[in-house]
Design a protein around this ligand. Sequence first.
Ligand code: NAD
Ligand code: GLY
Length: 361
Amino acid sequence: MHTLNVSLGARSYPIHIGHGLLDSPSLILPHLRTRKVAVVTNEVVGPLYLERLCAGLRREDVEIVTVVLPDGEAYKEWRTLNLIFDMLLREHCERATTLIALGGGVVGDMAGFAAASYQRGMPFIQVPTTLLAQVDSSVGGKTAINHPLGKNMIGAFYQPRLVLADIATLATLPPRELSAGLAEIIKYGLVRDMAFFEWLEKNIDALRAGNTGALAWAIERSCRNKVEVVAADETEQGARALLNLGHTFGHAIEAGLGFGEWLHGEGVAAGTMMAAELSRRLGWLGADDVKRLGRLFERAGLPVHGPALGAPRYMELMAHDKKVEAGQLRYVLLRGLGHGVVAGGIDPAIVGAAIEACCQQ
Ligand code: NAD
Ligand code: GLY
């Protein structure tokens, strides 16, 4: 097991990464305030891992209450969120009861928002079970639900007390979901870690094949990158925005098609190609770099073209981006591979042309 620390003063917490960690309640016990936990999971992950997690805790005399949510991005909304509150109230959960999120980013984001707001904040633990959640969404305290008009529009920054990433859970993850996680992994290389990007070019096949050594290394390196950024800029006043590379365009794809049609990581991959193409048109990135990036995404099993929604529709959806400031959209772009930048004041005509160039014909 490897442990990283998210350094946020009184809100610091460990990320444990390893094989079979679900069977180790001793990793969880020190982070509980009382001997009661509420576990939030979904109808896919629950049958696979809920009993494993609960059995160990029960042996330690921890009282457990659970809620099993419907599966999918389409359910990341207020009615499903309310199912968590229903359970917490019905089961007389207190402010000191610990909420545990067992699942991918959808469960983690929703459970985190529930924990942030139930009785104005209860302790919270992330047990991520997708590659995407283990490298990104479980770390850093962003929690949210979607609104039909925009992705992750309603939420809070609320840090967990522990992240427990059990790599063994990835064995049951469908290949398409594994690829979606690779999009966020590639992102770290692109915005701030060129050596990692080059390592990914060499090891992408091993990662797609589920090689546990390669996965463990990529998860740790990704978390290391994320931890450094979050410690420097917890609430995204500056550098944390770099972790949104491809997301402005990707969120437009997700919302434009209806949540759940494309996976989040797929939107990020096609959106990153749009950001790269825009960077090229601004003279910041070479054509060879854009091609090189496209090759890596394709080898990762990810789309390099977005759906043909039309540039005006993309722009309309992107107007809801959280990086809009004083009515102006700021973009995460590349000044070379491995070097992300945030830039505003970009001519919408150039943005539109870059989008069109990266859409399916
Ligand atoms: P997800 O949570 O929908 O999980 C993907 C699918 O895999 C689901 O069907 C899920 O039930 C299933 N699944 C989960 N674990 C499994 C396992 N071990 N075996 C088999 N099936 C399993 O999607 P995701 O990709 O994990 O997360 C995407 C979400 O994360 C998006 O809503 C996105 O906005 C959010 N996100 C948040 C942050 C953040 O910082 N908070 C960062 C990135 C993404
Ligand atoms: N996933 C982007 C962030 O956490 O900031």
